[in-house]
Structure formats: structure tokens, C-alpha cells
Design a protein around this ligand. Structure first.
Ligand SMILES: *[C@@H]1O[C@H](CO)[C@@H](O)[C@H](O)[C@H]1NC(C)=O
Length: 322
């Protein structure tokens, strides 16, 4: 009697020890164009993670279970990075040869994109911004990337289509805040003093809220549903858009979503049918997850891609002005 009990205790103890620690150290849930996910690094949000494994497989995990994979673990490459390029594609390439192992999907028009690990545990890539606040001029000061790790997860830095930012609610990242004040003002500030952008609606209504619709349009309405401020709808029509408060202090609406890695995706069959002769999907690396590294140059400038970008196939080049 005593022995089975002891061993089951030992087992539960072992399972506690062997479980991957939830990534509280890393709340990074967003890759912007030019950002690189280095080997053994991941995006994470609550118990979901999107991990660039050192065996070159890019895997979406839900509670440590793989739900999507690039299936590039057997290409003979190691220590690959994944980069989000200016055509909205995540690209995995072999660091030794530069060979492209995997591309997430077809190219979109040239621009800045955002890959977001969403609160529902899926990852979506969203099209170039249709609205944004001005870039934040940091006057030569470079926010160290490591700072991100000191912020506690989960960070509320996104607002998706049909979601509402209520009165006194806010999005935050680093020391930036986009707040829907009880004065009816939507404002972006750094620290408690430095106002970077305001909607100009202060005092115009009571109990106001901000909503992002399925046309990518931001609207501030008061308690009587009177519209006080609004951005233009996207010319690309209905879809899922996302307002992101970016780590560089800029708020931008990206979309529509045009690629998704999610649990309902057909790629899960590729996971199920992958060879079983080797342990293909061990747990995420127990080592400290690292934050994705933004390229060292200015945050919002077009980034030279370390790998060859996939040329857009007969896409008219579009100029986005922000
Ligand atoms: C991958 O990177 C790690 C850490 O830098 C290194 O120890 C290892 O040798 C690399 N693996 C290969 C196959 O290059």
C-alpha cells in the first residue's frame, strides 16, 4: 500500500518539477516587421507560446501541447531564427547557409506588419497599419530590450475588432499607456507626465468608451452612443483588426488579419503524421525564455531583412503614409 502511494507522490513531484515553467519572465506577445525570434526564444501570452526551437521548428504551444508547427525540425539546420518581413511573412532560415526553410504564407503589399500571439492562444499576422499615432522620438535614448522582461504578464497591449476599451481602462507597454479617461479623453502618455497624443475629446461626454470595429475603425462614443471621435474605416473591408500599443510608444491599428497559425488549422494534421521515431516535440526549453530582439536601428524605419524577402507576386506596390 505504502509503496504505490510513495511512487505516486514521487510521480506528481516529478511532474511538477518537469513541467515547463510558465513564462512569467517574458510577456512579449508581438513581433513587428523586422523583429527577430532567435533560437530558443518565444512569444508568450498566458499559457500559450510561439517558440523558435533550436532544431529550427517553429511551434505554437497551448499549455505545452503543440497545436501548430512549421514542421522544419528535420531539415538538418540548427539555431534558426524567424523574422517577420515587410511583406507580412514569417521566414525561417538556416543561419549557416541562409537557405529559407519555411515561409508562413503568401506575401502582402510591402509595409509594416504585426504578428500577434492573441489572448485566445492563436497567432495571427495583421496587415500594414491603417491608422497610427506619430512615431515617438526618443532623442537618442535606446530602451534596453531586457526591460520588457521585468514587466509582469499578461500585458494588455492589444484591442481586437469588436473589443471595447471602457472608461478608465487602458492599454500598456513598458512605460507607455493608452488610456480611456473618465474625462472622455483617449490619450497616449509616457510615465505620468509626458503626453504624446490626445483624441481631443476631453469633456465632450460622459462615460465614454473606445471600440474597434470590423472595418478597423476606432470610435469614441459617450454613454448615449453619440460618436465623439472616429478614424477612417479600412479600404480593405471587413476583417479582424488589432490596435497595438507598440513597445516604441506608437499606437497603431493593423489589419486585416491575413494569416493565422491556430489550433483549428489544417497544419495540425502534419504534426499528427510526423515521424514518431524520435522525440519530436519535447517541452519548450526550460532555459530562460528571451525576448524577441528588435533590430538596433530606429524602431519604425524600414528594416533591412537578414534573409531574402520573398518577392511579392505581382502585387502593386503600395505606399503607406504615417
Ligand atoms: C546552437 O547554439 C548553441 C548556443 O549558442 C550552441 O551551443 C550550439 O553549438 C549551436 N548548435 C549548432 C548545431 O550549431
Amino acid at each position: 500500500m505504502g509503496i504505490p502511494r510513495a511512487s505516486s507522490l514521487l510521480l506528481s513531484f516529478l511532474s511538477l518539477v518537469l513541467l515547463p515553467t510558465p513564462s512569467t519572465a517574458n510577456d512579449n506577445n508581438i513581433l513587428l516587421t523586422g523583429d527577430v525570434l532567435r533560437p530558443d526564444c518565444q512569444l508568450s501570452y498566458l499559457d500559450a507560446s510561439f517558440t523558435m526551437r533550436s532544431d529550427c521548428d517553429l511551434v505554437l504551444y497551448a499549455q505545452s501541447n503543440p497545436v501548430f508547427s512549421s514542421s522544419t525540425y528535420d531539415e538538418g539546420a540548427f539555431n534558426c531564427s524567424a523574422v517577420l518581413n515587410q511583406y507580412g511573412q514569417i521566414i525561417i532560415s538556416d543561419p549557416l547557409t541562409g537557405r529559407v526553410l519555411w515561409v508562413s504564407g503568401d506575401p502582402g503589399p510591402q509595409g509594416k506588419y504585426a504578428a500577434v500571439l492573441k489572448p485566445d492562444g492563436n497567432l495571427g499576422i495583421y496587415g500594414p497599419p491603417i491608422w497610427s499615432t506619430l512615431p515617438v522620438i526618443t532623442e537618442g535614448e535606446d530602451t534596453p530590450v531586457g526591460e520588457v522582461n521585468s514587466v509582469k504578464a499578461p500585458l494588455k497591449n492589444t484591442l481586437f475588432s469588436t473589443e471595447i476599451l471602457e472608461e478608465n481602462d487602458k492599454l500598456t507597454t513598458r512605460d507607455y499607456t493608452l488610456a480611456m479617461d473618465d474625462s472622455c479623453s483617449l490619450n497616449l502618455h509616457r510615465g505620468s507626465e509626458q503626453y504624446l497624443w490626445v483624441s481631443g475629446t476631453a469633456g465632450l461626454g460622459a462615460h465614454c468608451f473606445l471600440r474597434l470595429n470590423r472595418l478597423g475603425q476606432l470610435t469614441i462614443k459617450d454613454d448615449k452612443y453619440k460618436t465623439l471621435w472616429s478614424t477612417a474605416p479600412s479600404s480593405q473591408g471587413e476583417g479582424e483588426y488589432v490596435l497595438i500599443l507598440q513597445y516604441n510608444g506608437q499606437a497603431a491599428v493593423y489589419g486585416p488579419m491575413f494569416w493565422a497559425a491556430d489550433a483549428d488549422d489544417a497544419d495540425i494534421t502534419r504534426i499528427a503524421s510526423s515521424p514518431k521515431s524520435q522525440p519530436i516535440y519535447p517541452q519548450p526549453m526550460p532555459s530562460q525564455p528571451m525576448s524577441p530582439q528588435p533590430t538596433p536601428s530606429q524602431p519604425m524605419s524600414p528594416q533591412p531583412m537578414p534573409s531574402q524577402p520573398m518577392p511579392p507576386q505581382s502585387m502593386p506596390s503600395m505606399t503607406m503614409n504615417f
